[in-house]
Write a protein that binds this ligand. Structure first.
Ligand code: ADP
Ligand code: MG
Length: 583
């Protein structure tokens, strides 16, 4: 057996670096954190060869005292906490005094820094473990230059992902850090080409607009929720802006981006009624909380934090999402963009009261979202890869022509100088839903000639038995038949006699959500409406299409299905003509 020895310092640092520096993006993150901690007004990042050749982060922050500059790259050396009580209430990103020492142990590093009180700054050069300090004549602030990253840890270098992925991580890191720090300006240069420019602004709103573009910003509700301990500000998807992955869900705690495994779960729970299967809401949530109630010292890269009461916070996030969703659906901006002329916006008819022009679903590359003060090019924050569908409002003059159906799903209607497409399942669902909620409590029921029995898991059987009254109010007569088996004697006329079991099961799932009885009743209405509405693929007669078209176009209906999907899309003749360059 070998003897036990103390590892030499440089080896300790290399080992510690493995935890802090996963890839070049981690260096960018740590250096940006230091700049923000130093109260910088502007932070400029540059990377060469996806950060492997060189990473530079320059700021105009407080600077490092000349006498402290050698300490800055030593392990566990920090200006941010002094004792254990400091650890109890961290208000800075850093506090472990580990980043610069870790980075210096696996790269060549140069630090140029000057504070406001000193006439001359300091230049520290650390190369292959050799450290020298000399004078520096620059202005206040700090520039850190990291070269030859991983030169002495070839294994780590080998495990890096493709250059594309590493660059993507770097861009994401810059944007992620910049999002809450709206009063700081940020830039990113990649191989000498400027990719991100975010001038400082005065609000989260403006920063979100800079980062995601106005179109996405307009597709988010913004809301706040606070109590004595916690303040939440959130930007959450309107029902017509859903993502096909969870990648646009961000949680910040006191400005620090953190990972919360349950965030997505709580959001999906809140969006349950409006979210189609396989879709996820976007959410950017900024949480401010007394630093004493957060433990940030549980992850070397500080990606996770521990909160005083996770359940309490989860509930607040859930409630924030619910609060946002309770907003009435607003009428969208009346903007139409053609493919070629992204910037030439054509406003539809001035008379908004008589109708509202609808936006076509469109995919807008962020590269084009430069109309606002900041910009970046690239394809980050996949917001841009999803469709943004905007709701419409409409009032027809009354005379229109049914042109037929397309893709077995949409009714096509010519109506004077407009062309409408109606998703008939969703429209029909809304129509039925409105009818049954109007007749609330008095849904016409019919007795089944052959009552249906259903054996259920015991927990579900009990749930149904507890709720027979709500079932009765929505047109179902349900009784206990034998152990764990129910018998269904009557159902609403509107649903007919097929798919009853599926319907009851669907309702049980809704009961499980623990809704209050009025909300539950509304959910039942929406289940009934969904089940009884014509589906895509169903045959529709011309008179079916006409009566549905008339209902939709007469302006009295909310133009969304009960789950929140829009179902009317209108194109104005003028806009068609502009699109084809006839006008
Ligand atoms: P930590 O951030 O946890 O304190 P670091 O290793 O990242 O540890 O930095 C060590 C120290 O160097 C910091 O505490 C700070 O005093 C100083 N420092 C690093 N970067 C900057 C910067 N950009 N501006 C001013 N001071 C800095
Ligand atoms: Mg730090």
């Amino acid at each position: 057996m070998n003897r036990i020895i103390h590892l030499p310092d440089h080896l300790k640092n290399i080992i510690a670096a493995g935890e802090v520096v996963e890839g070049p993006f981690s260096v960018v993150k740590e250096l940006m954190e230091n700049s923000i901690d130093a109260s910088a007004h502007s932070v400029d990042v540059a990377v060469y060869d996806c950060g492997l050749k060189k990473i530079t982060v320059r700021d105009d922050g407080a600077g490092i005292l000349r006498d402290d500059i050698t300490l800055s790259i030593q392990e566990h050396a920090t200006s941010k906490i002094r004792d254990s009580s400091g650890l109890e209430k961290i208000t800075t990103f850093g506090f472990r005094g580990e980043a610069l020492s870790s980075i210096a142990s696996i790269s060549d590093i140069v630090i140029l820094s000057k504070t406001s009180g000193e006439s001359e700054g300091a230049r520290l050069v650390s190369s292959a473990g050799e450290v020298t300090v000399s004078g520096f004549a620059g202005t206040q602030g700090t520039t850190v230059i990291v070269e030859n990253l991983f030169y002495n840890t070839p294994a780590r270098k080998k495990f890096l992902k493709s250059k594309k992925t590493e660059l993507r991580n770097i861009r994401d890191t810059v944007l992620k850090m910049a999002l809450p720090a709206y009063n700081i300006s940020f830039t990113l240069e990649v191989d000498s080409k400027r990719e991100i420019t975010l001038p400082s602004v005065n609000s989260y709103d403006e920063r979100i607009r800079q980062v995601f573009g106005t179109q996405v910003f307009n597709s988010l509700y913004s809301d706040e929720l606070f109590d004595l301990k916690v303040k939440l500000k959130g930007y959450l998807s309107k029902p017509d802006f859903m993502k096909s992955s969870r990648n646009m869900q961000y949680l910040y705690i006191n400005g620090r981006p953190v990972e919360n495994r349950f965030l997505s779960f709580h959001l999906s729970r809140a969006y349950d009624a409006v979210i189609p299967r396989g879709k996820y809401p976007a959410a950017i949530i900024f949480m401010e909380i007394d630093p004493e109630l957060v433990d940030v010292n549980i992850h070397p890269a500080k990606r996770e934090v521990k909160l005083f009461d996770q359940k309490y916070i989860d509930d607040m996030i859930y409630n924030l999402a619910l609060k946002s969703l309770n907003k009435p659906h607003s009428v969208p901006e009346t903007v139409f963009k053609t493919h070629e002329t992204e910037k030439s916006t054509v406003t539809a008819d001035e008379n908004i009261n008589s109708y509202t022009f609808s936006n076509r679903p469109q995919t807008i590359p962020v590269r084009n979202n430069v109309a606002h003060s900041g910009s970046y090019s690239g394809n980050l924050f996949d917001a841009v890869n999803d469709e943004i569908t905007v709701n419409t409002g409409y009032r027809s003059t009354g005379s229109f022509k049914i042109l037929g159906t397309v893709f077995n799903t949409y009714i096509l209607i010519e109506d004077n100088d407009r062309l409408h497409l109606i998703d008939f399942h969703a429209a029909h669902e809304r129509m039925i839903y409105d009818r049954i909620s109007e007749n609330s409590g008095d849904i016409e029921s019919q007795e089944l000639m052959f009552p249906v029995t259903m054996e259920l898991p015991v927990s579900e059987f009990l749930l149904v038995m507890e709720n027979t009254e709500i079932y009765r109010k929505t047109g179902f007569e349900i009784e206990e038949f034998s152990d764990n088996t129910v018998i269904i004697r009557s159902v609403p006329v509107i649903i007919g006699s097929d798919k009853i079991e599926e319907l009851i099961k669907n309702m049980i799932d809704n009961i499980k959500d623990g809704l209050k009885s009025n909300d539950l009743k509304e959910r039942f209405y929406s289940v009934i409406a969904c089940h009884s509405a014509k589906r895509s693929g169903d045959k529709l007669s011309v008179s079916d299409m006409e009566s549905l078209g008339r209902e939709v176009l007469n302006g009295s209906m909310e133009l969304r299905c009960p789950h929140g999907r829009p179902f009317l899309f209108t194109i104005n003749q003028n806009d068609l003509e502009r699109m084809f360059k006839r006008l």
